[in-house]
Write a protein that binds this ligand. Structure first.
Ligand code: PMP
Length: 405
């Protein structure tokens, strides 16, 4: 049946990770990885996650039974509160349907399936150019067509505001627009709050449907509310919208695959009933794909989210991660300025979250890998989490040398 199947390309990011592992140089630096590392370049289990893990493990009621189809209710309700805000009118009016998913990827996928099957008005989703590479295949795999809105301005390494807004103004009404709620991957460039307001106004005028991907809440700025501001603003503006929420980065629960998909109905007397109908269909989609989601990471996240003392500790841990990353941005920037490296580097500190788009060309990226054993994706994206006090000077010197060549 599969005689003529073609060889698929290897995943670029996982390929990069394999190349890094195979490099025997003691100078090697991994700036490809999309996971937090501590100052010793090691994975970090959040202290609050260690505590919650122990609570879950020692709970006499702990077992490995199936969760309900929609997942762990104590997680999905707390996750909705986290992203929508505790006193969200949408929650009070019971117009939110929440499903636990296989992390953020699964949430994007459930949203994609839901649009493909039930959105009668549009089968087109606009994603930013560039976006997290996986978005393309997640949406294409279910038969949606992808369109792109300009996002990144090469000259300024900032937002292509004119390109983005004119593309939204010209999008077919009812198109789905994928928006990164904070810490845009791969560019690290986010709209300002005033820009978000204008994006919302354009989307309202053009009847565009917002689908928010939030993979870095609290991890970006260290402030949970600030990182969800755009979503909460859109909800206040009365949009019907969807949210894909990941707990991989902000809890360091990468391999546990904890996340949620939320559908929010627009305010109307019929909203509660509509939400119930949506939930009934999401249940069928979930049942046929994964039956029910994984339990352990969900319990850990729920334990933290529902306990006020642990929640406070979590905020401190988020501060440790976001603070270290912001400090590394500053250190890299300052070193490049000190070296008088040609070009402007302000974007390193103005960009936010895990990633920075350096502006290095593909040729420079390959050279820096060969000469300095520094690994980053071909588009010049670096993971700030790969920098630490021991390697940041080395990386700055390498950048300096490469851009002068
Ligand atoms: N969306 C974006 C923008 C991301 O960067 C990521 C993680 N790289 C995800 C979604 C989902 O990741 P996960 O499935 O590990 O939660």
């Amino acid at each position: 049946a599969f005689e003529s199947i073609q060889m698929a390309p290897t995943d670029p990011l996982f390929g990069l990770m394999a190349a890094f592992r195979a490099d025997s140089s003691d100078k090697k630096v991994d700036l490809g990885i999309g996971a937090y590392r501590d100052d010793n370049a090691k994975p970090w289990i959040l202290p609050v996650v260690k505590k919650a893990d122990e609570i879950v493990r020692n709970d006499p009621a702990n077992n490995n039974e199936y969760l309900p189809i929609a997942g762990l209710a104590s997680l999905t309700s707390a996750a909705a509160k986290l992203v929508l805000g505790g006193d969200s009118s949408a929650l009070k009016e019971k117009r939110v349907a929440s499903f636990q998913t296989i992390s953020g990827t699964g949430a994007c996928h459930l949203g994609a399936l839901f649009f493909a099957k039930f959105n009668q008005r549009s089968k087109t989703i606009y994603v930013s150019n560039p976006t997290w590479a996986n978005h393309h295949q997640i949406f294409q795999n279910v038969g949606l067509s992808i369109a792109q809105y300009p996002y990144f301005a090469r000259e300024s390494c900032g937002l292509d505001w004119d390109g983005m807004t004119s593309s939204l103004r010209n999008a077919e009404p009812n198109s789905i627009i994928l928006l990164h709620a904070c810490a845009h991957n791969p560019t690290g460039v986010d709209p300002t709050q005033d820009q978000w307001k204008e994006i919302a106004a354009i989307m309202k005028e053009r009847s565009l449907f917002p689908f928010f991907d939030v993979a870095y809440q609290g991890f970006a700025s260290g402030d949970l509310a600030k990182d969800a501001w755009a979503i909460q603003y859109f909800v206040e503006q009365g949009f019907e919208l969807c949210i894909a929420e990941s707990f991989a980065k902000n809890f360091g629960l990468y391999g546990q695959r904890a996340g949620c998909f939320h559908y929010v109905a627009a305010p109307s007397p019929a909203a509660e009933d509509l939400t119930k109908r949506v939930a009934s269909q999401l249940a069928i989609l979930t049942r046929s794909e994964i039956s029910n989601p994984p339990i352990y990471g969900a319990k850990i996240a729920a334990t933290v989210l529902n306990d006020p003392a642990l929640f406070e500790e979590w905020k401190q841990d988020l501060g440790v991660m976001s603070g270290r990353i912001i400090a590394m941005r500053k250190a890299l920037y300052e070193k490049l300025v000190e070296l008088k490296t040609p070009g402007t580097w302000d974007h390193i500190t103005s960009q936010i979250g895990m990633f920075s788009f350096t502006g290095l060309s593909e040729t420079q990226v390959l050279k820096i890998r060969e000469e300095f054993h520094i690994y980053m994706t071909k588009n010049g994206r670096i993971s700030m989490a790969g920098l630490n006090t021991k390697n940041v000077d080395y990386v700055a010197h390498a950048f300096d040398k490469i851009v002068r060549e």
